[in-house]
Structure formats: C-alpha cells, structure tokens
Design a protein around this ligand. Sequence first.
Ligand SMILES: Nc1nc2c(ncn2[C@@H]2O[C@H](COP(=O)(O)OP(=O)(O)OP(=O)(O)O)[C@@H](O)[C@H]2O)c(=O)[nH]1
Length: 209
Amino acid sequence: MDNGTAKGRHGKESFDHICKVMLIGDSSVGKTCLLVRFKDGAFLACSYISTVGIDFRSKIVNLDGTKVKLQIFDTAGQERFRSLTHSYYRDAHALLLVYDVTCNESFLNVREWLTVVEEHASPDVIVMILGNKADMNGERVVKTEQGERLAKEYGVAFLETSAKTGLNVDLAFMAIAKDIKAKRSLRSADKDFNMGEFIESKKQSSSCC
Ligand SMILES: Nc1nc2c(ncn2[C@@H]2O[C@H](COP(=O)(O)OP(=O)(O)OP(=O)(O)O)[C@@H](O)[C@H]2O)c(=O)[nH]1
C-alpha cells in the first residue's frame, strides 16, 4: 500500500498524496453515476451501461493546500465479476459501499458486502456506506434511519447521496480524502480530524433538495 508521503506527478498536475478508493455494491445502485457526478459534475440520466469488470478515473482535490489525488475504482456489481474485483480490495485505502434506497435487496446485501470487505481488504481500510438515489423519495423503501443503524452497528460512516442531484456526493469523497490525509499526517491539527463529526456538520438531508 502506498504510504502517500512521496510527491507524485501525473501529466501536468502534481500531488502530495495518492489514495485508492473503490466503489462497491450491487449492480445498478449507481456506482458509476456517483463517480461521474464527482469527477465531471454531471448525471447520465437514461444511459445504464453495466460496468464490465473494473474501471477507474482520477481526480485531484485540494485540502487546505495539500493536493490529494483520488484514484477511484468503479467495480462491476454483477456476480460474474466478483473474483476479479476482489483482487483489487487489498490495495484500497477506502471503500464506498453503495446501496439503492429504492431497492431493499441492495440494502440487505450490504452485510454480505461487509463480509467480503473483511475477507479481502486491508484491516485499516476506511469504509463508508452510501444510500444512493435519495432523490427518489416516492419510491424509497429503505429509511434513512435503517442505513444509519446499520452503519453504526459496523462502526462505519454513512451518508445518503444522489448522483442525480449531487446530494452529498462531493462530501463523501472529500471526507474520505481528509480522513486518509489525517491518518498520514504528523500535524496535530490533522490528527484531530474526526470523519463522523465532519460529515455531520456538512451533510445535507435528502428531504431538502
Ligand atoms: N434517480 C436516480 N437514478 C440514479 C442515481 N444513480 C444512478 N441512477 C440510475 O441508476 C441506473 C444504474 O446506475 P449505474 O451508475 O450504472 O449503476 P452501477 O452501480 O454502476 O451498476 P453496475 O455497473 O451494473 O454495477 C442508471 O439508470 C442511472 O441513471 C441517482 O442518484 N438517482
């Protein structure tokens, strides 16, 4: 695993830290759309093309003068690609585990995904559960509190997101980048960073947008 201390250069842009982030979860929960929303600020409304295997895109974010390059791996949710994607877990610094608030099965499967994480990821990986499609309130079947309770049970962070409206999408990635930077930093100001408190102070509720 990269210790993130070396300065890197990619094309024209230099960076201070590099972080590998993986998007995991059932097929069609919105992993690719979350990545496109974060990277390009756009939403691909009607084009659902299931990811084949694994894809990745990068974005450099500036955190108080420190440039963190997020290398984001978008994995296929389909069962047939699972063994391929498992091999990428070991190097991941953070995992965004996505379910769809309009699909109860995808929520129930979060426990299985967490078992896979335990088996294949590094013990110090940062995990955040995302309840996506929070804009579809009329079709919602998983309550916000259910997601919060599950995340609390496993001691991981939680946010509801919408790749369509952008709700909490940047926040999810920024919180992870900040947490990784804090874990690598020797500065006491960074060491005091608490991801849960940061999310609570910045998150937007799904009913507001
Ligand atoms: N309303 C709404 N639709 C969404 C949202 N995110 C994704 N979708 C739709 O859900 C479908 C699946 O989105 P993808 O991002 O391709 O899903 P995925 O998880 O990457 O799927 P796999 O590649 O099969 O694992 C698409 O039709 C998207 O337009 C969202 O936040 N709100």
